[in-house]
Design a protein around this ligand. Structure first.
Ligand code: M6R
Length: 591
């Protein structure tokens, strides 16, 4: 996730901006930059940490009362100095920082190139600087207003012009708040950047445009009507604010999943149609795939199991989902007719990277599904699909899991479409269903009481079992991993029908068993498996698409999931498991 800090006021901007950027570090970033306006716009930017930027600024006494700063999480183009923000227009008159994604930047860029503009970076942001400079005629507000009318996507921007004592900022689907100081203003992506200097803030709304012109501050709506905004007083502490009010990054990231999924789909669905652009393979290449390997570790591997279902069901290609640390020692069936999918949040996991290299040696085509732009796995694979989930700071992976599943579903549907297994109408329908996942997760996040209650019941237990079949087995495997990882309770996940082949001996009076039942075709089968453990005294928590007397007869803890199509339940049911793990750990007083 990128972050913006801009300042205009009586004080010097450099320190205020650098302090502010430091407070945004929690968002994750791979480069930092600052532009200050004097006679000219002076721009300094560097890949890596803010310290690298400070190093190049150390020998430079330049400062100003107007400046814009940025930390970048690479999305368009690798993390290097040139792609870092701010971006200065070719005529050196305009500088821009941007948080968000400009979806139509390719088209805009092509048009600007035809008009003779020379781009320096691979970013979508440079297009904004180019457009503003194109429209600039001594009035920055007017130029910005013309440029943003052409932009599609999400953007919070801060803009300065060489020839004006002015800073213009816009909020559109990316966060931006304004701190009000006695003699100046700070615009930033998040409140921590302001807190050292002020607790008086104006929360900007979608479409708001801030014009800091000379000594005046005016806020406009999209139509340039002047708005009268109220100043709020922040009551949070610095520590609270960095986690945006959440107690831990894990719960913050669980709550971010609806947005993460929207962001994940942003570059995969265009005008409501599936379109992975160059990130997928051609029809001819797909026809050549006789088998697919999905290679991953841990949570990513669990997501890979759902991927296996997706590719076999939609693309009708056999899939082997393998653990990365096993794969290369196991004489895998990898040749030029094999597609290998490398699933990794970080894009750096050593075993997954080694599996990628081994696959390439054997002639396979490779595709990375990862969250981190420019990571090793992304760089070395033939194709890359990005999760766009924003940085995952908590070690316990949550939003990467759900966005990995979403990404694999889009890729499997893309194969299905290109292989003519289903027609466009059918694919569109699936995309519509997939687009509903985000709002359904919102519903779960508003309904957590029974999960918290069950967390209290299991907090002092030594063992917990998870059972489910087929897609639900993938969910319980991930649910058990999450509970072990954060609550330190021993858990095991079982394919529900497998428990009776020995392990059921461990189920005794009050042993907690979490069961997930979301698939019509195995509903009754799983219910009979639950009856088996109930008859041995298990205390069962059922996470299900149904809530009926059959289930209530065997458990008083039934969590009814919001309605969705069966194939999408793994993305919903896992959220309950994540919450159960989190609240159990919290009940135990663990950090
Ligand atoms: O970055 P990766 O997705 O390659 O990491 C793989 C696993 O280490 C990771 O998924 C791990 O299992 C989770 N952090 C557990 O929550």
């Amino acid at each position: 996730m990128c972050g913006i800090v801009c300042y205009k006021g009586r004080d010097y901007a450099k320190k205020i901006i650098l302090d502010g950027l430091k407070k945004l570090e929690y968002r994750g970033y791979d480069s930092a930059g600052i532009a200050l306006k004097n006679e000219e716009i002076e721009c300094f930017k560097k890949s890596g940490r803010i310290e690298n930027l400070k190093e190049i600024l150390k020998d430079n006494s330049v400062d100003s009362h107007i400046g814009i700063g940025h930390i970048r999480w690479a999305t368009h183009g690798e993390a290097n100095d040139v792609n870092s923000h701010p971006h200065v227009s070719e005529d050196q008159k305009i500088a821009v920082v941007h948080n968000g994604i400009i979806e139509n930047y390719r088209q805009l860029k092509e048009d600007l190139i035809k008009e003779g503009y020379n781009f320096k970076s691979e970013t979508d942001t440079e297009v904004i600087a180019a457009l503003i400079s194109k429209y600039y005629d001594s009035d920055l507000l007017e130029a910005v207003n013309k440029a943003i009318k052409l932009l599609e996507g999400s953007f919070a921007i801060g803009v300065i012009a060489k020839d004006e004592d002015r800073l213009v900022a816009v909020r559109n689907q990316s966060p931006l708040v304004m701190g009000v100081l006695e003699d100046g203003h700070i615009l930033a992506s998040d409140i921590p950047s302001l807190l050292e200097y002020t607790k008086d803030v104006i929360y900007l709304d979608e479409g708001d445009i801030v014009d800091l012109n000379g000594k005046n501050c005016t806020i406009y709506d999209k139509e340039l009507n002047i708005l009268d905004k109220k100043i709020d007083r922040v009551t949070w502490s610095m520590e609270d604010a960095t986690k945006e009010g959440y107690d831990h990054f894990m719960i913050k990231e669980i709550n971010e999943q609806p947005t993460a999924i929207i962001d994940c789909l942003r570059d995969k669905i265009h005008d409501r149609h599936l379109d992975l652009k160059d990130n997928s393979f051609s029809k001819e290449e797909i026809e050549n795939f006789k088998r697919i390997y999905i290679i991953a570790c841990g949570t990513a591997y669990n997501a890979g199991m759902v991927g296996k279902y997706a590719f076999e069901k939609f693309a009708k290609i056999p899939v082997i989902c393998d653990i990365a640390s096993e794969f290369r020692y196991n004489d895998p069936f990898v040749d030029e007719n094999t597609l290998v999918i490398l699933l990794s949040q970080s894009g750096e996991t050593a075993d997954t990277l080694a599996a990628l290299r081994e696959s390439k040696k054997n002639g396979a085509k490779t595709i990375a599904i990862t969250n981190v732009v420019g990571s090793s796995i992304a760089r070395e694979s033939d194709k890359v699909i990005y999760l766009n989930a924003g940085p995952e700071i908590a070690v316990a992976s949550t939003k990467a899991y759900t966005t990995q599943i979403v990404s694999m579903y889009t890729l499997a549907l893309d194969f299905c479409k290109k292989l003519n297994i289903k027609d466009d109408k059918w694919i569109d329908q699936k995309i519509q269903q997939l687009s509903k996942v985000s709002e359904k997760i919102e519903e779960i996040l508003k309904n957590q009481d029974s999960i918290k209650e069950y967390a209290k019941k299991i907090k002092d237990k030594e063992h917990v079992f998870y059972i489910g079949r087929l897609l639900d087995f993938c969910t319980v495997t991930e649910g058990a991993l999450k509970l072990k990882e954060v609550s330190y309770i021993h858990c095991e996940a079982f394919a529900a029908g497998e428990l009776k082949h020995g392990t059921i001996a461990l189920i005794e009076e009050n042993t907690p068993v979490v069961s997930v039942i979301t698939q019509d075709n195995i509903m009754d089968k799983t219910i009979s498996n639950i009856e088996e453990v109930v008859s041995r005294g298990a205390d069962v928590f059922i996470i299900s698409k149904e809530d009926n007397s059959k289930l209530r007869n065997i458990s008083s803890f039934v969590y009814k999931l919001p309605e969705i199509n069966d194939w999408l339940y793994p993305i919903l049911s896992v959220v309950c498991c994540q919450l159960l793990a989190y609240y159990t750990s919290k009940e135990k007083g663990l950090d």
